[in-house]
Design a protein around this ligand. Sequence first.
Ligand code: B12
Ligand code: SF4
Length: 421
Amino acid sequence: MLFPPLGAATLAGELRELGVETKVFDCTFGTFARLRKDLSAYQPQIVGIYSMVSLTRNTLRIAEMVRTTLPDSLLVAGGPLPTVFPARYTQHFDAVFRGEADVSFPRFCLDFFAQMATPARMGELPLDTYAGLFIQHNGLRVDNLTVHHRESELGRFPLPDRSDFDHAAYQKAWRQKTGSTATSMIATLGCPYGCEFCSKPIFGNVVRRRALDAVFAEIEQIHSLGYDSLWIADDTFTLSLPYLEEFCRRMAGLQMSWSCLSRADGVRPETLRLMKQAGCRRVYLGLESGSQTTLQLMNKQVTVEDGIRAAHLYREAGIEVAAFFIVGYPGETAASIEATFKLALTLPLDEISFNVPVPLPGSDLFDRLGGPDEGKDWTKENEVTFIYPSEIDERWLRRRVDETMRAFAQKRQTIQKAQTK
Ligand code: B12
Ligand code: SF4
């Protein structure tokens, strides 16, 4: 799934509204050499880089390139991983903006230019006024608290500015893979749950909903860019039923399909019918496990029965269901893993995926395990590879995942054949 970086578009919208000349260099289809050439031609005075767990290596490589190619530029990091590990990033960056940086970072840039500051003279700015700013550089020590925007403030934000993205390339990739063209957006921020494996460094636990007028202005923007589908990336889009139902009423008739993530609990058939009428094509359920004991270990706060019920109800409403499963969870047994495989094969699902958990910085699992084994490679996290000590035999797990995926594909083929007869 390819999505343009929405955080960068969010910051670009705010920066441009403040009158700060801004350019987003989306590296999704780019090369390192191309980026170096583009940055050298543009000569930015501030370079901000987004980073998360899987992007660390590339982030540091780009930071190093910026240091040598543009030695006078101020180098700033932001995003999920710099938010949880600011001290690590300040070894390579002049400053780190943690959390929801869409107010503080743009205002900082505005002040930086207004005062004609340079990296060496950054101390002349009112550094203690920028929420989330972290600096340990050139004798400066700044460690400001992060601030979550209030729901009432969200209405003041401009829409994300998607004008620097190569939409034709994204749409081509999507059309080839799925036949439709989707892009991501966010309507609600935050999640009140506390799943042990989950890290929520940016939006945290406090749920805030954007006004639907702004959400629909953004949907209009996305539609005018040529997309026919939305990928709603909210952690818990289906949490507030009145909000969801109003969204569905306004969405109906727009001729755009959409998909979203949903929890397995709190699902009502009448809401699902509304979702279907409003163009909801697919939901992604984090079912995680077929074992109640493992769900408890994960602090998932749902039951296996909730998951079974939700999958059936969505299916009955005519909405496709994809499910994420976690196998090899620290503390679980081979028997509970088998229960997960069995559940995945018995439910009416359109797509499944299995992952071993990654102890993400900022999650309770990370604290329980004391972080990942430093000798193991984080970039392998998409595969069935343990990056922490585990009693589960990795080869056995890999074989069982492959067998289950094959059995699932065969089951889908049989169903599809029966449907076309
Ligand atoms: C959509 C999404 C995806 C999409 C698209 C990613 C993309 N191109 O944006 C897909 C499905 C591809 C994806 C994949 C993965 N994702 Co993801 N994803 C998300 C999700 C649900 C929303 C991201 C988003 O659009 N947010 C909305 C924007 C507005 O927020 P933002 O990007 O965070 O930007 C804000 C701040 O971070 C900051 N900021 C952003 N950029 C910059 C830059 C600078 C310079 C500054 C100062 C500030 C700043 O300001 C912005 C405005 O407030 C988040 C969860 C979440 N709720 O944030 C997970 C999340 C970011 N993903 C995560 C992970 C782990 C992954 C994967 C590694 C999963 C996997 N096993 O494969 C992959 C890796 C992908 C990769 N590129 O390497 C983790 C990261 C954890 C961490 N501590 O690093 C998160 C937090 C989910 C989680 N709870 O586990 N993901
Ligand atoms: S996994 Fe989903 S429900 Fe659980 S805490 Fe994370 S975002 Fe919330």
